[in-house]
Design a binder for this molecule. Structure first.
Ligand code: HEM
Length: 717
């Protein structure tokens, strides 16, 4: 056996000036009390337990004396297999990663609560919807769909919007998206759809993007996706913030009253901060500026106490009403216009706590549309029916076995018990002999409760012969796509046309591009012409045969974003670019006005250490110019001395800062010194460019985007 040479006597460095403290000193907040420290033989740092610091142990609870060195046969000799401390640590590390979700792999989550403001006791027995004022804890995860867990936050994509309500009657998961319809009508098409949209299998790109051949090939052959395509090409798919998106349960669900009577409903989340999107060029640049833009935004808002809120609205309708709709509400590619069935607001959700640990909570949370509580039931929507199977099934492998419901983030917060036993990672210790029922021997883990237990709606099963037959009532693929497109403002219509041109221009296969334009002809002739022109097609391709006549429906302004944007700075961010010599009074006034209007203000300067303002006051910066481009703000101000303005007019990062802000239709405040930077960016000031001294005008302009500017800065199809 190898003999270990004892390390040389350690030299305590406590109390000595430690050079390695620099990183901690730079970071905000107080440095925690220093641990008792020692240096090892090779000069490595050892921090010893004591005071507030507990002893580090193995997973078996054995105290570890040295967490810096593996066990070696001699100081320069081979490492010994005997080293259980090393083996345990590395083995655990090797297994830290679990498979990511097959879809919606990248997401951010937060805890909060749902508070009921209006009772639905007329329609349902579900207590979460009957006890006004009661707060139900929730965990909400918002995600992109196509990219992997490490992909960017701002691709053009649908956002998942999944809420787990920990009700007193069990968990209810509302697993929706930020778009109220879906690409396909039947779950059997989901694997094909997902394969088509994710990176192509031979080349493993593009990541987190629908702009490629396989996606558009599939879509060109799937006319039922046309309505969803209109939404996905709209600015809804490039949100400004996860706090500014809507959420939808999509399918029709049923509410059941105490007599088992059913009312259909659709669930809608409405953000209190209003809907807001980026513009495409901004979304693209955000991917370079901050891959974690949405996650960071949600984290910063929640940790600063600016808790995002959504109203929950329900569309309630009867079977008879549904029979009169000019579409089938069981078809998940259809909405029920709000003008037909208005929303009843029944409560609000507040997200007020960031998770303690991303993996344990956001990564391990398992949502499932089949998780409903008594008083809520499913409809026959064939997409929903497939989903009822898929989630639990995938989670068995993603989370490694059948006991993931015991993880704290997934476990109900009400009592739960049954005779399911054993399996990987069983964390409970069931007692006694009886693991079955009926039973008569001793204490049992639960009996049926006919009064309070879950019951399904007693619906007659089917009105035709069994078969793989899609209902004729699902055949209209274009009318609601037309409704959506024609309900948009002109600006939004132009953005849809632009997005289609952008995406299809990335498609290498000419016949796929042409096929999509053919579909567009059924939706809107002008849209088809704009896209064909943008793609440089010589002639309009033929439209495919429509399976059902396309009907005109009255426009629904509720489908717009711009029409629903709130003129506010609440929850938004304002950046102020400063440098040495900037006017302190102007900066203070701008900051105060923006903060009073609800914005978060960040100071940007060429150096992170900050700038020496007029009056010799040093103002620390929140971001360095090159690393904090204007895309991360909703409005910007430049307060610069003449010298600094002349200097920064030569600096690409400063010129881009203001050029991008202008191009992304943001309000800009600037003083005399800053005008040189605007001139270098070639900006002709318009109504959205205001004097930095006029804070009132700046705040008013900053509360919205300068849509009137758009035709000057970009040629839209
Ligand atoms: C209306 C249509 C759909 C919506 C709104 C939707 C929504 C979502 C959301 C929000 C997530 C992420 C949940 C989370 O944050 O953990 C998710 C994951 C998932 N979805 Fe869907 N989805 C839809 C259709 C489908 C269909 C048709 C299937 C399969 C038949 C499916 C299978 C899955 C799977 C396997 C996951 C991963 C679940 C996990 O690993 O925990 N989805 N879906």
């Amino acid at each position: 056996m190898a003999v270990r040479k004892q390390p040389r006597k350690s030299t305590s460095t406590r109390g000595k000036k430690a050079t390695r403290g620099n990183a901690a000193e730079r970071s905000p907040g107080k440095r925690p009390a220093a641990a008792r420290e020692a240096r090892g033989n090779g000069g490595e740092l050892h921090q010893h337990a004591g005071g507030a610091d507990a002893t580090v142990t193995t997973n078996q609870g054995v105290a570890i004396a040295d967490n810096q060195n593996s066990l070696r046969a001699s100081p320069r000799g081979p490492t010994l297999l005997e080293d259980f401390v090393l083996r345990e640590k590395i083995t655990h590390f090797d297994h830290e990663r679990i498979p990511e979700r097959i879809v919606h792999a990248r997401g951010s989550g937060a805890h909060g609560y749902f508070e009921l403001t209006k009772s639905l006791s007329r329609y349902t027995t579900a207590r979460l919807f009957t006890e006004v004022g009661a707060r139900t804890p929730v965990f909400t995860r918002i995600s992109t769909v196509a990219g992997g867990a490490g992909s960017v936050d701002t691709p053009r994509d649908v956002r998942g919007f999944a809420v787990k309500f920990y009700t007193q009657e069990g968990n209810f998961d509302l697993v929706g998206n930020n778009i109220p319809v879906f690409f396909i009508q039947d779950a059997i098409k989901f694997p094909d759809f997902v394969h088509a949209v994710k990176m192509e299998p031979d080349r493993a790109f593009p990541q987190a993007a629908s702009a490629h051949d396989t996606f558009w090939d599939f879509i060109s052959l799937t006319p039922e996706s046309m309505h969803m395509i209109m939404w996905a090409m709209s600015d809804r798919a490039i949100p400004r913030s996860l706090r500014m998106i809507e959420g939808f349960g999509i399918h029709s669900f049923r509410l059941l009253d105490a007599k088992g009577r059913s009312t259909f409903c659709k669930f809608h989340w409405r953000p209190r901060l209003g809907l807001q999107s980026t513009v495409w060029d901004e979304a693209v640049k955000l991917q370079g500026a901050d891959n974690d833009f949405h996650r960071r935004d949600l984290f910063e808002a929640i940790t600063a106490g600016n808790f995002p809120e959504w109203d929950l609205g329900l569309q309630l309708f009867t079977e008879e009403q549904a029979a009169g709709f000019p579409f089938d509400h069981l078809d998940p590619t259809k909405i029920i216009p709000e003008e037909t069935v208005p929303l009843t607001i029944v409560g609000r959700m507040v997200l007020d706590r960031w998770p303690d640990n991303f993996f344990a909570e956001t990564e391990q949370v398992a949502f499932c549309p089949a998780n409903v509580v008594p008083g809520i039931d499913f409809s026959n929507d064939p997409l929903l029916q497939g989903r009822l199977f898929s989630y639990l099934d995938t989670q068995l492998s993603r989370l490694g076995g059948p006991n993931f419901h015991q993880l704290p983030i997934n476990a109900p917060k009400c009592p739960f018990a049954n005779h399911q036993r054993d399996g990987h990672m069983q964390m409970r210790v069931p007692k006694g002999r009886v693991n079955y029922e009926p039973s008569s021997l001793e204490r049992t883990d639960g009996r049926e409760d006919p009064a309070k237990g879950f019951r399904s709606f007693a619906e007659p099963a089917g009105d035709g012969a069994k078969g793989r037959i899609r209902a004729e009532s699902f055949a209209d693929h274009y009318s609601q796509a037309r409704l959506f497109y024609r309900s948009q403002t002109e600006i939004e219509q132009a953005h849809i046309a632009f997005a289609l041109v952008f995406e299809l221009s990335k498609v290498e296969t000419a016949h796929v591009r042409a096929a999509i334009v053919g579909h567009l002809r059924h939706i809107d002739g002008d849209l088809a012409r704009r896209v064909a022109d943008g793609l440089g097609l010589d002639a309009l391709p033929p439209a495919p045969k429509a399976a059902a006549p396309v009907i005109d429906m009255p426009p629904s302004p509720a489908l717009q974003i711009i029409g629903k944007m709130k003129k506010t700075l609440e929850g938004r961010a304002v950046g102020i670019l400063v440098d040495d010599g900037s006017n302190a009074a102007t900066i203070n006034a701008l900051r105060k006005a923006a903060e009073d209007a609800g914005a978060m203000v960040k100071i940007v300067a060429p150096k992170i250490g900050g700038a020496m303002l007029s009056g010799r006051r040093k103002l620390p910066a929140d971001g360095q110019l090159a690393g904090t481009p204007s895309v991360v703000f909703d409005a910007v101000a430049l307060v610069l001395s003449r010298d600094a303005g002349a200097y920064l007019a030569q600096e690409a990062a400063a010129v881009d800062w203001v050029r991008d802000a202008f191009g992304h239709l943001k309000a800009i405040a600037c003083d005399e010194g800053a005008r040189a930077v605007l001139a270098a960016a070639g900006i002709e000031p318009d109504a959205g460019v205001v004097d930095a001294g006029d804070t009132g005008k700046f705040i008013k302009a900053a509360m919205t985007r300068q849509w009137a500017r758009e035709p000057q800065v970009r040629t839209l199809p």
